[in-house]
Design a protein around this ligand. Structure first.
Ligand SMILES: Nc1ncnc2c1ncn2[C@@H]1O[C@H](COP(=O)(O)OP(=O)(O)OP(=O)(O)O)[C@@H](O)[C@H]1O
Ligand SMILES: [Mg+2]
Length: 389
């Protein structure tokens, strides 16, 4: 293990990781150097160097509104870093912008140096705990989980049924750790497709959200009994749902990435700040749609909205065509003329089998390598296997 300045000063194993500083505010940077370099190994870098270093803690020291821009770059280039912002004066607008991006640590210096130091120490301790547990877990990559967000601008198009069956299939057919998160916060619903009931919900994570670890997620999630898929159920209560903030969603997804290999997120068809975060954090967005003109128009509208919100989605979206049938209004060729996203899967309309399972409160998948799969389950099975390759 490398020893750094703090360990040597204290003469004990009190690992304070490297602290990186980014930004164009020279005065603030000089102040940080003066105030912090006794306690931490400060490294000043540019955004282009971000990819090369594995920065655990990054302080942003920049002018005006640019801390938010720097934050976005860091989130994209180094998503596992903890971010702290420093500013020369109180700035509520900036605080609000940073909050929107999931950054809650903003310190005014001069003035709050002590608080800043304490916060870095706290973050460094967390980093140490995480890396210790990683050392013990073989082959485990930090924050390496993949987030697949299931979305559509159209309602009732199969998002919840497809995402929950996808998650269950993935759990049954792979050795990966899979977590399903139902972010239909007001009405819930996915648990019905998995044949589950629960008194627990994602709300129970609120008290621990700032120190969220795998054991919290496992305690609050329900386990689907056939596949042992972990499911975080939504509260189904509009009033409770209001308590879930965008910051909560960000922290939940980031923590899940550290503990699970695949995180499947089911979203409602409207975009608010919370689903925005789930789309932004996604490695892939599976966009569910029917092959018809209205759905295409909705998709075009969604593209505009995502662009306006600054979500770079072009490389992340894959289309999932639901209700495949012979007599559809449009063909895949028509689709290709309008959009350039790849089609990840086509899923057949399978009312009889799907409906009878739901009515009996049973999930669509029950065991690995099932022989007699219904057309719906078969299509998802095929998709999951092609994705795993
Ligand atoms: N391929 C399919 N075959 C048969 N039934 C399907 C298929 N896809 C979806 N359904 C049915 O369509 C209905 C709507 O599906 P679902 O709830 O998954 O949609 P959603 O997009 O999540 O809706 P919402 O926008 O309300 O969240 C459900 O009753 C579901 O069982
Ligand atoms: Mg739904």
């Amino acid at each position: 293990m490398k020893m750094n300045k703090t360990e040597m000063v204290n003469g004990q194993m009190n690992a304070i990781s490297n602290v990186y500083v980014i930004g164009d505010h020279d005065e603030l940077k000089a102040m940080l150097q003066e105030q912090l370099s006794d306690s931490f190994d400060l490294k000043f870098i540019t955004t282009s160097e971000l990819k090369k270093v594995e920065a655990e803690i990054i302080i942003i020291a920049s002018h005006g509104t640019s801390p938010a821009d720097f934050t976005q770059i860091i989130l994209a280039e180094s998503p596992n870093s903890s971010i702290i912002c420093v500013t020369g004066q109180e700035d509520f607008e900036l605080l609000r912008n940073l909050n929107r991006l999931g950054v809650t640590d903003l310190f005014v210096i001069p003035g709050e140096e002590l608080l800043l130091k304490e916060r870095i120490e706290e973050m460094a301790t967390n980093v140490q705990i995480v890396s210790q547990s990683l050392d013990q877990a073989d082959g485990y990559k930090r924050g390496g989980g993949k987030v697949f967000s299931f979305y559509s601008g159209s309602g009732g198009v199969g998002k919840s049924l497809i995402s929950s069956t996808f998650a269950q299939t993935l759990k049954l057919e792979s050795t990966g750790k899979v977590l399903f998160i139902d972010l239909n916060l007001q009405f819930g619903g996915a648990e019905a497709y998995l044949g589950m009931e629960s008194n627990r919900s994602i709300i129970d994570l609120i008290p621990v959200i700032n120190e969220l670890g795998e054991h919290h997620i496992r305690n609050v999630s329900e386990t689907e009994e056939n596949s042992e898929l972990n499911v975080l159920i939504s509260p189904k209560d509009a009033e409770m749902a209001e308590k879930i903030t965008e910051d909560f969603v960000l922290r939940l997804i980031r923590a899940s990435k550290r503990s699970f290999d695949f995180i499947i997120v089911d979203l409602p068809s409207w975009i608010d700040e919370r689903s925005f975060i789930a789309l932004e954090e996604a490695n892939r967005i599976y966009y569910i749609m029917e092959l018809n003109t209205v759905s295409l128009q909705v998709l075009k509208g969604v593209e505009l909205l995502l662009n306006r919100l600054g979500i770079d989605s072009k490389d992340k979206i894959e289309i999932v065509l639901n209700y495949k049938a012979k007599d559809l209004e449009l063909t895949q060729k028509d689709l290709e003329r309008f959009v350039s996203y790849p089609v990840a899967s086509e899923i057949r309309r399978d009312i009889k089998n799907v409906q009878s399972r739901i009515n009996h409160g049973e999930p669509l998948r029950k065991e690995p390598q099932e022989k007699k799969l219904s057309p719906f389950s078969k299509d998802i099975h095929k998709w999951v296997h092609s994705m795993l390759k």
